[in-house]
Design a protein around this ligand. Structure first.
Ligand code: ATP
Ligand code: MG
Length: 228
């Protein structure tokens, strides 16, 4: 039987605040992401959603449990797992195109391939005409699209998104969401699966096939909902 793309197995996370105080943020969290699905993770502020996403991406080693990526333990970040945050670390002195191409340079892809990838994703994500603009000349929405383009340019198998629409106004968020769902359903995105972390249940229902409801103190999955 083919294995899931990603499995989180019995993960827990305890942060040590200072020498004595400990904060249990995640307790025995387990779930899998299958190829082809969009999974939502919904929970209150401070419930440990971002912590869980950092664990799922290989950025943070959990205090307990393990992360299995395509059948093998994940010990470090991989370009196969893309991450998109609420607000992006766009470099102000680089253009949109240069910001997108950063990850490709880190992967040492030849210049021609980098240009091809950048052109393709700029067009796909709706940034045509903005290639040479600097971040400060962009609206919040266009900055968010640039961050998304940067992650997608690497053609990850799995895209993890942490509140990607939270800082946008209602209409802008809706536009970006609609574009993303449309690209996904037309199989134009270079990814197999997505995970969306949000505190907005309506957003999760609109975008996801399956929603994990997260309870706090410490964070655990309290309910799983399949969106019909
Ligand atoms: P939000 O909705 O505000 O984004 P969240 O669900 O993403 O919250 P986390 O950011 O994972 O939650 O944080 C969970 C808890 O862990 C919070 O109480 C936070 O203060 C604490 N925390 C997060 N990162 C660290 C860290 N590096 N060291 C110590 N405590 C941390
Ligand atoms: Mg968070």
């Amino acid at each position: 039987m083919p294995h899931p793309l990603l499995s989180i197995r019995g993960c827990s996370q305890i942060y040590t605040k200072d020498s004595s105080a400990e904060l249990a943020v995640l307790d025995d969290v387990s779930f899998s992401i299958e190829p082809g699905e969009i999974v939502g993770l919904v929970g209150r502020a401070g419930s440990g959603k971002s912590t869980l996403l950092r664990i799922a991406s290989g950025l943070l080693k959990p205090t307990g449990g393990e992360v299995i990526w395509q059948g093998r333990p994940l010990h470090a970040p991989t370009p196969e797992i893309g991450l998109v945050f609420q607000s992006f670390a766009l470099f102000p002195w680089l253009t949109v195109e240069q910001n997108i191409s950063l990850g490709l340079e880190a992967q040492r892809l030849p210049r021609g391939v980098r240009q091809e990838r950048t052109d393709w994703i700029v067009d796909l994500i709706g940034l045509s005409g903005y290639e040479n603009a600097y971040p400060k000349e962009l609206s919040g929405a266009m900055q968010q699209r640039t961050g998304l383009a940067r992650a997608l340019a690497l053609k990850p198998n799995l895209l993890l998104m942490d509140e990607p629409f939270a800082e946008l106004d209602h209409l802008t968020a809706e536009n970006l969401r609609t574009d993303l769902i449309e690209l996904w359903s037309e199989h134009k995105l270079p990814i197999q699966s997505m995970m969306l972390v949000t505190h907005n249940i309506e957003e999760a229902v609109l975008m996801c096939d399956r929603i994990l409801l997260f309870s706090s103190n410490p964070g655990r999955i309290s309910y799983e909902l399949r969106v019909p």
